[in-house]
Design a protein around this ligand. Structure first.
Ligand code: FES
Length: 158
């Protein structure tokens, strides 16, 4: 089971940021490292990053919002990502997604009330030949029909 990462203190975040300042183009590696440590990019990190890189908070926020991989909020214990790209759409991913969101009463990026599952969109998992595809806690799953999705949700405790 995926456990919920601990909250990061300002000192933790400053340490992570300074560990990457020597890199060329450190912003993305910093954001990845923060998300790896906290499960998302904490809101308080934006000002710390902006200060360390001498850029505006708006620039940092813009990058976080642009890349689908970054989250600005904590997730549930499990993250199920459903592919919304073309090959999966042609194999029923839209209907599958709508059914999942309706069943759980969530919008994209929403988390079930029991904190078990967050549903996120993803845009191609490289599994187009096995569409529709999904990813559960980083593990790719192909040919996800309604029955398979119901089992994945049940196993995740949704
Ligand atoms: S389009 Fe869904 S895995 Fe490629």
């Amino acid at each position: 089971m995926q456990s919920t990462p601990p909250a990061l203190s300002d000192t933790d975040m400053r340490d992570i940021i300074s560990d990457h300042l020597h890199l060329e183009g450190p912003l993305l590696p910093i954001l990845h490292a923060l998300q790896e440590a906290a499960g998302h990019v904490p809101a308080d990190a934006t000002a710390l990053i902006a200060e360390a890189l001498n850029i505006s908070k708006a620039e940092v926020h813009g990058v976080i919002s642009f890349y689908h991989d970054f989250r600005d909020h904590p997730t549930g214990r499990h993250v199920i990502r459903i592919c919304r790209a073309e090959a999966c759409q042609s194999m029923g991913a839209n209907a599958l997604s709508e059914a999942v969101l309706a069943k759980l009463g969530l919008d994209w990026h929403g988390t079930t009330a029991n904190g078990a599952v967050t549903i996120e969109p993803v845009y191609c998992l490289g599994m187009c030949a096995c569409a529709p595809a999904a990813m559960v806690d980083g593990k790719v799953v192909g040919r996800v029909d309604a029955a398979r999705m119901a089992k994945l949700l049940e196993e995740a405790g949704a």
